[in-house]
Design a protein around this ligand. Structure first.
Ligand SMILES: [Zn+2]
Length: 289
């Protein structure tokens, strides 16, 4: 099986800062498995962030000016800032690779809760909105399959006319829907896996109708049934099928796709195993003629 093009830097994984540190476990596991051809991206030049978030917040996050600098809910440090800038650099390099070759992976978080005015939910700078902001000529569709709704991306989609967002979640996290965003709220009281499949059917209809130039997929792992924050309750197998379905629809419609990971509050080794399954699904979907 050929390997997947992946972007990752040890700078992503800040020791002691849980949402960042666990990425190192996933990188180590994927290196051991030999599934990913890793490239190390350069951090984004902060000048490229101008105009994405509001200027006062961007300055606060770049320079450590409180309280805005820590508004994502994690104490600001230069290491957290630099990890964030590295992940966003990886996001852009992975997008360029996906546009050229069809598929790429950034072993990073997408930061879908970050809103224009501030950070939120452990997300400092929105990595999905960034792509639409820097590539106004491309119609960018985010498929967000985290336990939590992508409220930040949704809010950015009201400002960026080329940004579309479909969010399948168990926890709304402020998502209300909008002219370019669609929400699918999975209720735990009835067969969640069946609801998830129906939601993915709707996402496929949206992709067929909108025919975006690029798909950004957030392969969240906190909707797994063993995750302490989950309400959706997908099994490992159901999560693999979810991934396969998303990768399969992009392939069938010949849409370039870049994906990143999100969420995950189980032991880092279990999150790493789920991340590896997403990579397996990407490779498997690519092989299907
Ligand atoms: Zn989440």
């Amino acid at each position: 099986m050929s390997r997947l093009a992946g972007f990752y830097s040890p700078r992503y994984a800040v020791p002691g800062v849980t949402p960042y540190a666990r990425l190192a476990d996933a990188a180590e596991r994927l290196r051991r498995l030999g599934l990913v051809d890793f490239r190390e991206p350069a951090p984004i030049d902060p000048a490229r962030l101008a105009g994405l978030h509001e200027a006062a917040y961007l300055e606060a996050f770049l320079r450590g000016i409180e309280p805005l600098a820590s508004s994502q809910g994690l104490p600001w440090s230069a290491a957290v800032r630099d990890a964030t800038l590295s992940m966003l650099g990886g996001q852009l390099e992975a997008v360029e690779h996906a546009l050229a070759h069809g598929l790429a992976f950034n072993l990073a978080r997408g930061f879908h809760h970050a809103v224009p005015q501030r950070g939120s939910g452990n997300c400092a700078l929105n990595g999905f909105a960034l792509v639409a902001h820097l590539r106004p000529g491309l119609r960018v569709m985010v498929v967000d399959c985290d336990e939590h709704g992508g409220n930040g991306t949704e809010e950015f989609s009201t400002r960026l006319e080329n940004l579309y967002c479909a969010s399948i979640f168990g926890t709304r996290f402020g998502c209300i829907g909008g002219p370019r965003s669609w929400n699918f709220h999975i209720r735990s009281e009835r067969d969640a896996a069946a609801q998830y499949r129906e939601a993915l059917d709707e996402v496929e209809r949206l992709l067929r109708r909108l025919r975006p130039d690029l798909v950004l997929y957030q392969a969240g792992t906190d909707c797994h049934r063993d995750d302490p924050k989950n309400s959706v309750g997908l099994s490992t197998r159901e999560m693999f099928r979810r991934d396969l379905r998303v990768f399969g629809m992009a392939r069938e419609l010949s849409l370039p796709l870049m994906f990143c990971v999100g969420g995950g509050y189980q032991a880092p080794s279990r999150i790493a195993a789920l991340n590896a399954n997403s990579v397996r699904a990407a490779l498997l979907a690519r092989r299907v003629p």
